[in-house]
Each structure stands twice: as structure tokens, then as C-alpha cells.
Design a protein around this ligand. Structure first.
Ligand SMILES: NC(=O)c1ccc[n+]([C@@H]2O[C@H](COP(=O)([O-])OP(=O)(O)OC[C@H]3O[C@@H](n4cnc5c(N)ncnc54)[C@H](O)[C@@H]3O)[C@@H](O)[C@H]2O)c1
Length: 433
């Protein structure tokens, strides 16, 4: 998660919806034919609303049904669809109504942006009903649930896509092209993280625990690994030539949430005294079968500006997002000196971004929300595999339970299950090709 639906982003989204016709036509991945994609949404809180608004900009998307247990959220979403000139979607409000919704004949796909614990039940049900399944991050947070997604997708033949916006980020896509062009030589090491002060979404206005905060009470590991890991996995051809072998994780003590509640609501607030399991900073190191390493940082309950701090390093040079710089032994003008990334961004701009740049800021998460849902709808329309598939989704998401195991065992190494069942050795890259 980058930012919750702030008033600003909500308004930005509404502006985007207002520009529907012109932007729909100008977008690089715009509809290639007249067929409609018919999507049902489950969970239209903050990110679900972002995704819905972004989808409503597209002329070839229809939304016949929406499910949310919060009737205010549901009705807001229904109004957004009607405002776009489309029929009012049928509303579902029961806690398991997503099951009823996914049996509808008039849906091609189901998108879930619910709390984490509902992703797998909704996805499995959607696939079992012959729908393309699509989830916000992370796809799952137990090893068993990861297998459930793989087994269901393989048995039903239905794709399962995870909406990892950072894979669609302009700089990350340019770096992907640079990796593939061989600028970095043989890759050695990547670094990434989710460094986001989300204390304000872990607690409500009176300091009460919200669903995201509840995970911090009982779980100690990297609870949100995919924003950083997704792009690095693409750079390293994970699931397609290489695969994660094992990880180790280490957590600091947990101080941040107590400090936050004490400062805001006083020392007597029950959540000021509560013991939280989640260490404030969790550091994970992954080693791949080909001998590459990745560090992932999880830092969500201390005051700080947002960062994914992406880095990639190979035998010929390296990229550093925070510095907005690269260094290549055989290209950079001065030895041992960083070179600005801008020139490379321009030279290696991914085609997804070429016609897109100026419009992107009107959409959530710097425009990546548009690109990620569009690439999903394109796959649905063309009945193709999705560019991020079920194996990617679970290989990146499974870091959460494995890191919890490692932390609990005193930073012991934990093996990754091979969800591809050996297919990573022969699979070819599919993302951004
Ligand atoms: N990709 C990103 O950058 C990004 C950003 C924000 C959130 N997210 C992800 O989006 C998801 C939702 O997060 P959020 O911040 O929007 O949460 P939220 O709490 O704002 O919204 C969740 C919605 O799900 C609904 N819901 C709960 N139980 C339900 C059920 N049984 N059936 C139907 N609906 C139900 C809630 O009523 C609510 O409207 C999470 O997985 C989160 O990690 C991703």
C-alpha cells in the first residue's frame, strides 16, 4: 500500500473518472476491440474505490455487481458507476455474498480489495466459478493458502493476477529493460523494502485497532513484501530462470505502536499498554538458486517518509533509486562516480509509459493503478494468461509466513516451497516483454 484513499487522492480519482472518454481513447493499452470486460468488485473501501474509479475511465469495462459488507461503501461505489452512465450494479452485502456474486453468468472477472484474510476465499471462489481472479496485495499470507491458489488455478485453468503496482512504475520498468539489455552484466544483488508509516491505518480515530493493526498484535515478520520484491523478482527472472531458495529474517523490538498511541491518546489508552508482536523493522535476506541475494526491509510503524529504496547490482554496475543514479564501469563518464538516472530513464523508457506520462498523475499511485488494472483487463479480453501470474503472486507473498517462521526460530533459514513444481527452470519471462 502506498497511501490510503486520502481526500486528495479521492478527488484526483473523481477527476480521472470525469475525464473518462478522452483518456480512455488516449491510453496506450486502450481497448483493442469492442468487447466489454465485465467485472465484479469485492471490497470497495479505500483501495477498492481507487480501482473502481480507475476502471470506470475505460470505455470497455462494465461493472454489473459489487460486494461490500459496509453499505455506505457499497452505495458510494454504485453511485460512481451510475455517474459514469452505466447501469447501477447489483449490490451484495453479506459477509459471504461474494460467493453468490461470483456465480453470476454476466461476470468475466472478480477483483478483490478486501482485508488480507479474505483474498484467498474470494479468489478461489472466483476461479471455481470460471472467472479471472484478481487481488490486491498480498495474495495470501499462509503457505497453505498459497498452495490453494496454485492448485485451484491449475485445476480450473483460470488465471489469478495480483495487482502489484510497483511493477508498473516508470523507473522500475526502465530498469527492467536495462537489465534485459545487459547493462548491469550478470546480476548479483537487489535491495528493496516497504518503508511506509501506516500507523494511521492500523488504528482508527479513537486509537482502536483496525484490521491492519490487528495483524501487528499477533504476527512478527515482513507483512507486506510485494511492493519492493515484485520489481526485483522481474529484474531477476524469478519463476522464469531462477527461483527463491531460502530466506532469513530478523526483527527489531516493537516500540513504535505503543509510542504512537501513548503520544496521541495518553498512557492509559488500552492500546498504549498492549504488547505488539510485530518488530518495528524486519529485515529479510533471500538467496536464490542461481546465487543472487535480495534484502527486503519492512518498516511500517515509525515516523518516516515513504520509500521502496530499490537497488540492483551486477558485475558491470548498479542502480540506486534513492540517489536517482546509476554507475556503469564501461559507460559512466567518471570512475567511481554516480551518474544521474534521467538519461537512462529516457533511453530505456518502457513502451507502456511512452504515451502515458502526462496523463499518469491523474490516477492512483502515480498512474500505476491504471496500468495494472488495464493489463489485467487486456488479458481477460484476450483470454490470455495474466502478466503477473499465480506463481509470481505466491512466490512474492509467501515471504510473509516464511519470514514469520524465521523470526520465531531466531533468524533460522527457511526454504521456499517450489510453487512452480520445477517449471521455473524452463519458464520464459512474460512481464513487460
Ligand atoms: N497496491 C496498493 O498500493 C494498495 C494500497 C492500499 C491498499 N491495498 C490493499 O488493498 C486491500 C484493501 O485495503 P484498504 O486499505 O482499501 O482497506 P479498507 O478497509 O479501506 O477496505 C476494505 C473493504 O473491504 C470490505 N469488506 C470487509 N469484509 C468484507 C466481506 N466479507 N465482503 C465484502 N467486503 C468486505 C470493507 O467493508 C471495506 O470496504 C488490502 O489488501 C491492501 O493491502 C493496496
Amino acid at each position: 500500500m502506498n497511501e490510503p484513499i486520502s481526500r486528495r487522492s479521492f478527488i484526483r480519482g473523481s477527476v480521472a473518472a470525469g475525464l473518462a472518454t478522452s483518456l480512455g481513447a488516449a491510453a496506450p493499452l486502450a481497448a483493442r476491440d469492442d468487447r466489454k470486460v465485465r467485472v465484479g468488485f469485492v471490497g470497495v473501501g479505500s483501495q477498492g474505490t481507487n480501482l473502481l474509479q480507475t476502471s470506470l475511465v475505460m470505455d470497455d469495462v462494465e461493472v454489473p455487481a459489487i460486494c461490500d459488507i459496509d453499505t455506505e461503501h457499497l452505495e458510494r461505489a454504485q453511485r460512481l458507476v451510475e455517474k459514469r452512465g452505466l447501469p447501477k450494479p447489483e449490490g451484495y452485502t453479506g459477509p459471504e455474498d461474494y460467493k453468490k456474486m461470483s456465480t453470476r453468468e454476466d461476470l468475466d472477472a472478480v477483483v478483490t480489495a478486501t482485508p488480507w484474510e479474505l483474498h484467498v476465499p474470494v479468489l478461489v471462489d472466483a476461479m471455481n466459478n470460471g472467472k479471472y481472479a484478481c487481488t490486491e496485495v498480498p495474495a495470501a499470507f499462509t503457505v497453505e493458502d498459497c498452495w490453494k491458489l496454485v492448485d485451484t488455478s491449475e485445476r480450473t485453468g483460470m488465471p489469478c493476477f495480483m495487482l502489484e503496482n510497483h511493477c508498473y512504475q516508470q523507473n522500475n520498468l526502465a530498469v527492467l529493460r536495462m537489465v534485459r539489455a545487459g547493462l548491469f552484466g550478470d546480476l548479483l544483488h537487489g535491495e528493496c523494502g516497504y518503508q511506509h508509516d501506516v500507523r494511521f491505518v492500523k488504528f482508527g480515530p479513537d486509537g482502536e485497532l483496525l484490521w491492519r493493526g490487528k495483524h501487528s498484535v499477533t504476527r512478527n515478520g515482513d507483512l507486506y513484501p510485494t511492493h519492493g520484491l515484485g520489481p526485483v523478482a522481474h529484474w531477476m527472472d524469478i519463476c522464469r530462470g531462477d527461483y527463491f531458495d531460502y530466506l532469513t529474517s530478523t526483527a527489531t523490538r516493537s516500540m513504535g505502536l505503543n509510542h504512537f498511541i501513548r503520544t496521541k491518546f495518553g498512557a492509559d489508552h488500552p492500546n498504549a499498554r498492549r504488547q505488539y508482536a510485530l518488530g518495528d523493522i524486519v529485515t529479510t535476506v533471500i538467496r536464490t538458486y542461481q546465487g543472487l541475494t535480495i534484502t527486503i526491509n519492512h518498516d511500517t510503524q515509525s515516523p518516516r517518509p515513504y520509500s521502496n529504496m530499490m537497488k540492483i547490482q551486477g558485475t558491470k554496475g548498479l542502480y540506486n533509486e534513492l540517489r536517482k543514479a546509476v554507475y556503469f564501469e564501461d559507460l559512466s563518464p567518471e570512475e567511481h562516480t554516480w551518474e544521474p538516472f534521467d538519461k537512462y530513464q529516457e533511453q530505456y523508457e518502457h513502451p507502456m509509459w511512452t504515451a502515458w506520462k502526462e496523463k499518469s498523475e491523474q490516477f492512483g499511485h502515480g498512474g500505476t493503478d491504471y496500468l495494472k488494472v488495464r493489463s489485467f483487463y487486456d488479458a481477460v479480453k484476450e483470454k490470455k494468461p495474466t502478466p503477473i501470474d499465480v506463481y509470481d503472486a505466491v512466490a512474492w507473498s509467501v515471504v510473509t509466513p516464511l519470514s514469520e517462521q524465521s523470526v520465531a526460530g531466531g533468524s533460522v533459514p527457511v526454504k521456499f516451497p517450489d510453487f512452480t513444481r520445477g517449471k521455473w527452470k524452463t519458464n520464459k519471462p512474460i512481464f513487460g516483454v
